[in-house]
Ligand binder design. Structure first.
Ligand SMILES: C[S@@+](CC[C@H](N)C(=O)[O-])C[C@H]1O[C@@H](n2cnc3c(N)ncnc32)[C@H](O)[C@@H]1O
Length: 235
């Protein structure tokens, strides 16, 4: 997400410390414990943007520990200010992280996440950039290692080409989606749908929203790309 540089982003972040999570040390075996919710289900959003989906989804699932990851610091300033603003309650079960998805294995232990949300991920449309897409098979393998058996990946996008690419990547891994729709808002799956900022903008222009849900099969632990395992790799 392109964003004009925010003034005083450090001090603004400091005043929202209670909704931030800064990881240090070994990967977490029980991530919910970081919010005083040991043993609770863990939801993870990658690429939270301005954060509205995160605050609304965390408010709807108060018994789940919700981590929202975003690599752009200035976006996290907006996310965190939205969360502490009070409009969505106390957000006790929500933490934002300034992190890159490439570092996930250094933060979350394997098999510790119940649900992963990818919303309107960057399409990286140019030739030669497929590996950077967050639904490329190397990321799918990463998610499958992070998810518990029966855990779920949920993906929404306006971008039809990215959606078809994602379905192909899923198929290439021998996996099958539980749900696929190319027009979420007209589908039976729209009940209770929480719209992101991008989603609202695209759908107001009449662009249909694609959505898929994929369950992790029991014991499915595909091989990980070496760059995600390297200690020195901070993507
Ligand atoms: C197109 S925006 C969508 C924002 C939001 N999810 C929405 O739907 O309104 C994609 C967001 O993902 C973030 N992002 C992209 N790649 C990322 C990565 N590898 N790790 C963390 N965040 C990432 C970008 O910084 C950007 O804010």
């Amino acid at each position: 997400m392109r964003m004009r540089k925010k003034k005083n982003s450090d001090s603004r972040l400091n005043s929202c410390e209670r909704v931030l999570y800064r990881h240090e040390g070994a990967p977490m075996c029980d991530p919910a414990a970081a919010m005083g919710m040991a043993g609770s289900p863990v939801y993870l959003e990658i690429g939270a943007g301005k954060g509205r989906f995160a605050v609304q989804t965390a408010a709807r699932h108060p018994d789940c520990a919700y981590f929202a990851m975003e690599r752009v610091t200035d976006c996290v300033v907006l996310c965190a200010e939205l969360a502490v603003g009070g409009e969505y309650g106390e957000c006790k079960n929500l933490r934002f992280m300034i992190e890159n998805a490439d570092n996930l294995l250094h933060i979350f232990g394997r098999g510790t996440v119940d649900r992963i949300y990818l919303n309107f991920s960057d399409p990286w449309s140019k030739k030669g950039y497929a590996k950077r897409r967050l639904t490329h098979r190397r990321y799918l393998a990463l998610y499958m290692n992070l998810l518990r058996d029966g855990g779920e990946l949920r993906f929404k996008t306006d971008n039809a080409a990215l959606f078809e690419f994602s379905l192909e990547e899923i198929g290439a891994m021998g996996l099958e989606c539980e749900v696929v729709t190319r027009d979420l808002h007209s589908s039976e799956w729209n009940d209770g749908n929480i719209m992101t900022e991008y989603e609202e903008s695209f759908s107001s222009r009449g662009i249909p929203i694609n959505m898929l849900r994929l369950k992790k099969p029991d014991g499915f632990l595909p091989e990980l790309a070496p760059e995600f395992l390297s200690k020195n790799y901070r993507g």
